[in-house]
Design a protein. Sequence first.
Length: 188
Amino acid sequence: MNANAPTRRPGGRSSRVRTAVHSAAVALVGERGVDQVTLPAVAQRAGVNPSTLYRRWGTLAALLADVAEHRGETGAPPLVGDLRTDLGNQAVWTLTELSRPGGIAFFRAEVAPDVDERHDGLRECLRRVAERFRPVLDTARERGDAPPPLEQVLDRIVAPLYFRVVFSIPGTDEAYVRDLVAGLIGEP
């Protein structure tokens, strides 16, 4: 064993700290709005020393981008075996995730160009969103359906959702989402 090698902490402390910090950030952004949140406030809520946040994330923007990257990837709707329903459910879930408290703040932080020069937030966000829809399309293809290409789903469903939520356009709701799906795959 090398005496100069860093000591690894047993028990997943790093994961527990990340979870606590992410939860604190989400709660504070939801309660106060992103403009009223600071790293020391997040640290206090998470029960960790502020230096931990500065060392690990450096800035609030980097923390919010990390939260966005790891947020909301559970709870996706199950596939029911009908392309229209599955695509609509996935799109509604995407809208719900984006619209929940702090959703836009986390999205903006994730895609900000100056958060982390080693991380291309735009590409990562697009990859993650695309991966939400890929199983819907793959499953439909396996059933013998002819689903639209993923690029069309991104262009005609996902892009309008993000645009309308980012710019707070009224009427961006489940009915709007279902209309986007109907417009892409045809009316029932």
